[in-house]
Design a binder for this molecule. Structure first.
Ligand SMILES: Nc1ncnc2c1ncn2[C@@H]1O[C@H](COP(=O)(O)OP(=O)(O)OP(=O)(O)O)[C@@H](O)[C@H]1O
Ligand SMILES: [Mg+2]
Length: 363
């Protein structure tokens, strides 16, 4: 990690924003313009690897060429004394993953955010480019819930050779399409599969196939039917099951041809819920938040794990917080016996008082 104050090719490092599979991202100042930027630096051990260098350089060129309000703008890409760097627009907000982990995403907000991501993806696909690493960590949320798709490092034109060699897919395993696992070429439909996986996670709070090992997750993407929203969120419209089933279809040709179609279908499914019923954010265990308050621990694979598994961070449940159960968050069903007892007691007291008063009058 670079220390604050370090100058990297005209950019002053001000702090750390995050650490990813290819290096670290810093908050920095472009000294020539006094502009705040996000500065991504390739990890030193990767700088000499021709494959990683090529992916990193490609990230800058491809991202700079894309003109879309929902794609992070790249200002400069190049070589510095500290390795390869990428200067890009600083998005002062959380990632979508952070919003999911905080359980602060209700379904309608999720759809509003993913509509913007779908627009970015459809633009990239229209330009003949595939993102290949669509995941909540690569979706940054700026002011007024403006969503940005970041990290086009794995993007490539469909007719180009893979940069990582045959037999090795590029992408994050929690959202990776079956065809990528089977070493078939990624297509825009592979990004749509991943987007459907992200949609599922936004709605339920859980990745599509939470498994104890990477091998089991990969196997599930290829062999298991798409997960059902209704199993984790019975309070949401069942039509969402069909939306996820189509978006995460094993056959790429069975998926919606546009990312926007997928999210519009989700929006329609949500509108089919009875009006007036507020759709809650998923609880941190994936159930509706208002039903069962839970605490969460974040499980992150060790730094020595493979790059694909380094991004695995899955919410897992521990026992409900005692104060949440005892306090205001008590379920209505736990309160009604007390209320019934109070009402019966009030009736008995009233009857006694009435009888007493009647006795007085008679005498
Ligand atoms: N343009 C940006 N503005 C603000 N923060 C950013 C920006 N780009 C990245 N970050 C922050 O830096 C973190 C690390 O990003 P990075 O792309 O290196 O890793 P990642 O997306 O988590 O994993 P991977 O390397 O597998 O893509 C992000 O999670 C985000 O918090
Ligand atoms: Mg990233």
């Amino acid at each position: 990690m670079l220390e604050a104050g370090t100058i990297v090719s005209g950019y002053r490092v001000d702090g750390v924003l995050g650490d990813g599979g290819m290096g670290a991202v810093y908050r920095a100042t472009q000294l020539s313009l006094g502009r705040a930027v996000a500065l991504k630096l390739l990890a030193p051990n990767l700088s000499d690897d021709p494959g990683f260098r090529a992916r990193f350089e490609r990230e800058g060129h491809v991202q700079a060429a894309l003109d879309n309000d929902h794609i992070v703008t790249v200002y400069e890409a190049g070589q510095s004394d500290y390795g390869l760097f990428l200067a890009m627009r600083l998005i002062a907000g959380p990632t979508l993953k952070q919003l999911i982990l905080d359980a602060s995403l209700d379904p309608r907000r999720s759809v509003r955010l993913l509509t913007q991501v779908a627009h970015a993806l459809d633009t990239a696909h229209g330009a003949g480019l595939i993102h290949r690493d669509v995941k909540p960590q690569n979706i940054l949320i700026g002011k007024s819930d403006h969503a940005y798709l970041a990290d086009f490092g794995l993007i490539k034109a469909p007719d180009e050779a893979r940069l990582t060699g045959t037999g090795q897919f590029i992408g994050t395993i929690d959202y990776v399409a079956p065809e990528q696992i089977q070493a078939e070429p990624a297509t825009p439909a592979s990004d749509i599969y991943a987007l459907a996986g992200v949609l599922y996670e936004c709605l339920t709070g859980e990745v599509p196939f939470p498994k104890p090992s990477d091998a089991a997750t990969l196997h599930a993407h290829v062999m298991q039917p798409p997960p059902k929203v209704s199993e984790r969120r019975p309070d949401l419209p069942q039509a969402l099951d069909g939306v996820i089933a189509q978006g995460m279809a094993k056959d790429p040709w069975s998926r919606p041809s546009l990312a926007a179609e997928l999210i519009q279908a989700a929006s329609r499914a949500l509108s089919s819920s009875p009006s007036g019923i507020a759709l809650a954010a998923p609880g941190r265990d994936g159930a509706a938040q208002r039903e069962r308050p839970v605490q969460v621990t974040k499980t992150v694979a060790s730094a020595s794990a493979t790059p694909s598994s380094s991004s695995r961070s899955t919410p897992s449940v521990v026992a409900p917080a005692a104060e949440a159960v005892a306090g205001e968050a008590r379920e209505p069903s736990a309160q009604w016996p007390r209320r019934l007892i109070a009402v019966i007691a009030a009736l008995i007291l009233t009857a006694f008082a009435a009888g007493f008063a009647l006795g007085l009058i008679v005498h």
